[in-house]
Design a protein around this ligand. Structure first.
Ligand code: XBP
Ligand code: MG
Length: 259
C-alpha cells in the first residue's frame, strides 16, 4: 500500500536551490577581496572544497592545503570568523537580489505537502540567516512558518556527515526515522541522513553528480515538473516507482515508501 511520509526533512544547499556555485562561492570571493587576500575560489576548486561541510571549516581546510597562504596569518580563528560573517552578508545580498532561484519542483512539492498535512522540516549545516534569506526571497516571509523545525548550524554545530542535525529534527518531531523522508543532494548529506536511519532521496546537481550515492533509496536529477520530467538515476528502491511517474510528488513518494 502507498504511504506518504509523515514528515519530510529538507536539506538546503544544493537541494532547495543551487546555492553553492553562484551564491556562497562568489560571496566567499568578495569577502576575501575585501580583506585584501589574494584567495579566489574558481568554480572547479570550490567543487573540491565542498568535500568539507561548513563555511568556516572549508576555509580552514583550504589554509591547511595551502600553507603558503597561512604562513603570514597571526590569528587564523578570528580571520575565519570575520571572513565567514562577511561572506554570509554578501550571500544574503545575492539571494535577496533574486539571483538564486529554487530548483525545479521544490515549490510545487512544498505546497502539495502542506496541503496534504505532511510535516515539513529543514536540516542543514548552513547558517540560519542564509536559510531565512533563501526562503524569504523565493517564497515570502510567511514561508518560514511552513517549517515546524528549521535546524541549522546555529542550533547544531556538529556538521554533516554527522547525523546530529537529523537526530535533532527527529527528536523535535517525536517520530521514528522510518516514517520520515530526508531529501538531500550530496554524499555528506546522504551519510548524515542514513546515519540517522532515514530513508533518503538524493537530487543531484553539478557539484554532486559524481558523489558515491548508490546507497540512497532514490537518486534523481531534479524533483521535476509534470511538463519537465525528472530522470531517475538509481537508488535501492528505484524500481518501486511506476513507469508513468514524471516528477516527485506525494504519489511518487507513496510508491517509494511502500513495502
Ligand atoms: C552546505 C554547507 C554549508 C554551505 C555554506 O550545507 O556545507 O557550509 O556551503 O554555508 P547543506 P555556511 O547542504 O547541509 O545545506 O558558510 O553558513 O556554512
Ligand atoms: Mg546539501
Amino acid at each position: 500500500m502507498d504511504t506518504k511520509p509523515v514528515a519530510m526533512i529538507f536539506d538546503v544547499d544544493g537541494t532547495l536551490a543551487d546555492t553553492e556555485r553562484d551564491g556562497h562561492r562568489p560571496a566567499f570571493n568578495r569577502a576575501f577581496a575585501d580583506a585584501g587576500l589574494d584567495w579566489n575560489w574558481s568554480v572547479e576548486e570550490y567543487g573540491r572544497l565542498l568535500r568539507v561541510t561548513g563555511g568556516k571549516e572549508r576555509m580552514r581546510a583550504y589554509l591547511q592545503g595551502s600553507p603558503e597562504k597561512a604562513k603570514d596569518i597571526n590569528d587564523i580563528d578570528s580571520l575565519v570568523v570575520g571572513l565567514h560573517e562577511a561572506k554570509n552578508r554578501y550571500y544574503g545580498e545575492i539571494v535577496r537580489g533574486g539571483e538564486i532561484a529554487l530548483r525545479p519542483g521544490v515549490e510545487r512539492l512544498l505546497l502539495e505537502a502542506r496541503e496534504q498535512g505532511v510535516r515539513l522540516t529543514i536540516a542543514t549545516t548552513t547558517t540560519r540567516s542564509n536559510v531565512v534569506a533563501l526562503l524569504e526571497a523565493n517564497l515570502g516571509v510567511a514561508s518560514l512558518d511552513w517549517f515546524e523545525i528549521i535546524a541549522t548550524a546555529d542550533e547544531v554545530p556538529d556538521k554533516k556527515p554527522s547525523p546530529a542535525v537529523y537526530d535533532y529534527v527527529l527528536e523535535g518531531l517525536g517520530l521514528d526515522a522510518k516514517d520520515c523522508l530526508a531529501l538531500e543532494d550530496s554524499q555528506n548529506g546522504l551519510r548524515s541522513a542514513q546515519a540517522a536511519k532515514l530513508p533518503t532521496l538524493v537530487t543531484i546537481n553539478g557539484y554532486t553528480r559524481n558523489d558515491a550515492l548508490e546507497s540512497a533509496e532514490l537518486i534523481i536529477d531534479q524533483f521535476g515538473e509534470p511538463d519537465a520530467p525528472m530522470q531517475v538515476i538509481g537508488g535501492v528502491w528505484a524500481d518501486r516507482l511506476a513507469s508513468d511517474i514524471r516528477c516527485i510528488d506525494l504519489k511518487a513518494l507513496g510508491q517509494l515508501l511502500s513495502d
